[in-house]
Design a protein around this ligand. Structure first.
Ligand code: NAD
Length: 504
């Protein structure tokens, strides 16, 4: 399926976007973007080396004085145009996102692209709310106020699971606040980040404000994080890489924002609407083929509903249709790569030694044999401290465990190193209220699991990181506050000078 734009032609000049132009990388090493549904190469490009990172940072640095000096209204206007260009190109974005990720076109079309357009519109509005706190005389000799200012060049690093949305979440708040940015998408999925930056140029956002470098994590990524001219690192990815990023960023004393892994619990109390919980568990665990940091991964079900929940989730999972991402009948695409599929399969194979695979647990054959597909999988009878319950699998795998008391359900939900998202399923207001209070996660849904909003913050507790994406909280993180203090006395000898001059 093609929507009319040929990827090879579109990126013939290269897969780096620096100073408003597509350029080739200079690392001497090449990478194939592979369509995970077929295994076929989509585009071969030269990866960024450290020289390309330096050039992108220099372009962002050169653009900073002009962009940060633009009025909030001017930045807002440019970003409203940007949102409009993104909306006009929605079909191209959805096509490219599905091609490089293998996600069903209905997901790209209904979730990734409109979410991105809405984010752009939100941050276009936020740009005009760059506000400090009230001015006042906090002592009678001085007037104080707080200025909120842009920070400088931001270096961001994104993962492959939602490349377009991750680019949007990193770029939009930074740029709305007057910063300039260099983003490194994952090597596997750079297409829509490059298109995003091109759309910004079309909308009139000046060259150098948004730069994309596409290179390997160890080389281009670490060079960006350690770059002395980059003042803030905003990273989304695994907790393991996040720890390394923190080490490198600390050496140059950067502001740090880490959005890391998750292992979201899905807690079903015995008064829950079983049908709703079953549908929520299947959709919430399989969204984006389970490659979602907030996906439902651990279902804890109170004993009276447990057997029915296991039976009904397995039955519903078996109705989910794997297939060509561009077919309207496809519910679930492949994983991002064959390597990721094999990693997921290895988790399940190890689990067979200590738990029960209720459904799934295999790659489909036939027409789908060349793609990185894996069947929706439900695992029961695993111990709380086992690998499938504790580690992020990042695939279409849900683990289900029973619990007896409410105390136990909440304690089990909190019993992993992660704290990104969670959900509680109940019709009892007091139970719901308790779960939302006591579950340690950056987001707790009640009777749903997955929806996000541009206005609301997304980010972790515990080993899921710190800092927020989206919302006014994220906008603030890309700013710094300055205390400005005026003397009101106009005298040479201030009162406090007594501490130096004594009674002279
Ligand atoms: P990853 O950590 O392997 O890679 C993320 C990015 O970091 C990539 O661009 C990669 O090239 C880069 N990178 C790798 N090594 C690096 C290094 N040494 N220095 C600098 N950059 C380096 O993650 P992934 O496999 O691309 O994505 C999946 C992970 O992302 C999962 O753990 C998932 O939970 C997480 N994630 C979190 C959120 C969130 O909001 N918390 C959102 C999406 C994904």
């Amino acid at each position: 399926m093609s929507n009319g734009f040929a990827v090879q032609d579109r990126f013939a000049e290269g897969a780096q976007y620096i100073g408003g132009k597509l350029l080739p990388g200079t690392s001497g090493r090449h990478h194939d973007i592979v369509n995970p549904a077929t295994g076929a190469s989509v585009l071969r490009y030269e990866l960024a080396g450290t020289d390309d990172v330096d050039a992108a940072v220099a372009a962002a640095r050169a653009a900073f004085p002009g962009w940060s000096a633009a009025t909030p209204g001017e930045r807002s206007e440019a970003m409203h145009r940007f949102a409009a260009v993104l909306a006009e190109q929605a079909d191209d974005f959805a096509y490219a996102e599905s091609l490089q990720c293998g996600k069903p076109l209905k997901l790209s079309t209904e979730f990734d692209v409109p979410g991105t357009v809405d984010n752009a519109a939100f941050f276009a509005g936020a740009a005009r709310h760059l506000e400090g706190k009230a001015a006042a005389e906090y002592d009678s000799d001085h007037t104080s106020y707080v200025r909120r200012e842009a920070i400088g060049v931001v270096g961001s690093i994104a993962p492959w699971n939602y490349p377009l949305q991750m680019a949007a979440w990193k770029i939009l708040p930074a740029v709305a606040a007057g910063n300039t940015i260099v983003l490194k998408p994952a090597e596997l999925t750079p297409l829509t980040s490059l298109m995003f930056a091109q759309a910004a140029t079309e909308a009139g956002i000046p060259d150098g404000v948004i730069n994309i470098i596409t290179g390997a994590g160890k080389e281009a990524g670490e060079h960006l994080v350690g770059h002395p001219d980059v003042v803030m690192t905003s990273f989304t990815g695994s907790t393991a890489v996040g720890k390394r990023v923190a080490e490198v960023a600390t050496a140059t004393v950067k502001r740090l924002h880490l959005e890391l892994g998750g292992k979201a619990p899905f807690v079903v109390f015995d008064d829950a609407d079983l049908e709703a919980a079953v549908h929520g568990a299947v959709a919430g665990s399989l969204i984006n083929t389970g490659q979602d940091c907030t996906a439902a991964t651990r279902a804890y079900v109170q004993r009276p509903l447990y057997d029915a929940f296991v039976r009904d989730v397995a039955a519903l999972m078996e109705t989910v249709r794997l297939g060509d991402p561009f077919a309207a009948t496809t519910d679930l695409g492949p994983l991002i790569s064959h390597a990721q599929r094999d990693r997921v399969a290895a988790f399940v194979e190890r689990a067979r030694g200590y738990a029960r695979v209720v459904t799934g647990g295999e790659a489909p054959g036939g027409e789908l044999a060349d793609g990185a597909y894996y069947r929706p999988t439900l695992i029961a009878d695993a111990a709380q401290d086992s690998e499938v319950v504790q580690s992020e699998i990042f695939g279409p795998v849900l683990v289900v465990l029973p619990f007896d008391t409410d105390d136990e359900g909440i304690a089990l939900a909190n019993d992993t190193p992660y704290g990104l998202a969670a959900s509680a399923w109940t019709r009892d207001l007091y139970r719901a209220n308790r779960a939302t209070r006591e579950i340690q996660a950056g987001c707790v849904w009640v009777n749903d699991h997955i929806p996000i909003l541009s206005e609301m913050p997304h980010g972790g507790y515990k080993a899921s990181g710190f800092g927020k994406d989206m919302s006014a909280y994220s906008f603030e993180e890309y700013t710094q506050v300055k205390h400005v203090m005026y003397d009101n006395t106009a005298v040479a000898r201030k009162d406090w000078h007594r501490t130096i001059f004594g009674d002279r």
